[in-house]
Ligand binder design. Sequence first.
Ligand SMILES: C[S@@+](CC[C@H](N)C(=O)[O-])C[C@H]1O[C@@H](n2cnc3c(N)ncnc32)[C@H](O)[C@@H]1O
Length: 298
Amino acid sequence: MANISSEYLGAAHDFTFSERDFRMISDLANARYGLFLQPSKKALVHSRLAKRLRALNLGSFQEYCELLNQTKGDEEQTHLLSALTTNVTHFFREAHHFEYLQQKIVPEILSKAKAGSPLRIWSAACSTGQEAYSIAATLLSSEPDLRKLDIKVLATDIDPHVIKIARSGTYPSEQIAMIPEKWRRTLSKSAVVENGQIRFDDTLKSMISFGELNLIADWPMKRKFDVIFCRNAAIYFDKTTQARLWQRLAGALSNEGYLMIGHSERLNGPAESAFKSVGITSYQKQPIRNDQDKGDKN
Ligand SMILES: C[S@@+](CC[C@H](N)C(=O)[O-])C[C@H]1O[C@@H](n2cnc3c(N)ncnc32)[C@H](O)[C@@H]1O
């Protein structure tokens, strides 16, 4: 081993990482993004951020903390978030939600849309956008003439890098190779596949608006949603932040609207009684009397 250059060795232990540095990073990640980093995650945080320190040519976590605290630290904080969370997603992930959307929700909401109601669906924490395109493609496969109806999908994430990819609507075509044939056909109807890439057409893209949004900050949206997918982001939050998020999502849903959450997430707090379970990690907001629900849906 002695002959091997140090750059090949112990990559995860290159940088001094004091308890103080760890506390500063975990407090910041909690205050800014709601992330919950227990002390047992210190080694994980070290290994996730070591690459970033190398890219910035820094010698220690203390220097990294100083950078985060500077005025220009704002931009670095989004890199911190990307390093500490994962953007893993794929088309028709947790396919039971899309089955439920297609079979139960779409017939119900389409009849409302045909009667003139606007339909709003939110893919909250959409990462690189595959979730939003899967939702839009599911709607389109049920009603090819969606343009006549007022149906929109809002797709948001805190990370500007993933939103840029999502907006492009272009992905390596191997990403659709692994999904079940039925859903591959659904997606392919709205896309061209060439040069190893799948590119969604304008019909599908025009249904979706992408934007940056921090789930634990204020939400500018005033309209209520008929369906919300908020999957695999709350997993990073502490229980109090999760409970608050579920409650806010309940408030953002129209009466009897639907909420889909990630496979390892559970509703907790007051929102538990606001929803009834309608399937695996799928919930419907309990009907509330008109005088309780003063929310506008215009
Ligand atoms: C694992 S991906 C989930 C993507 C998709 N919803 C799915 O289930 O496939 C988690 C996403 O949550 C986003 N995220 C983490 N904290 C967030 C926050 N406070 N506000 C908004 N998005 C956040 C990350 O940027 C990441 O893209």
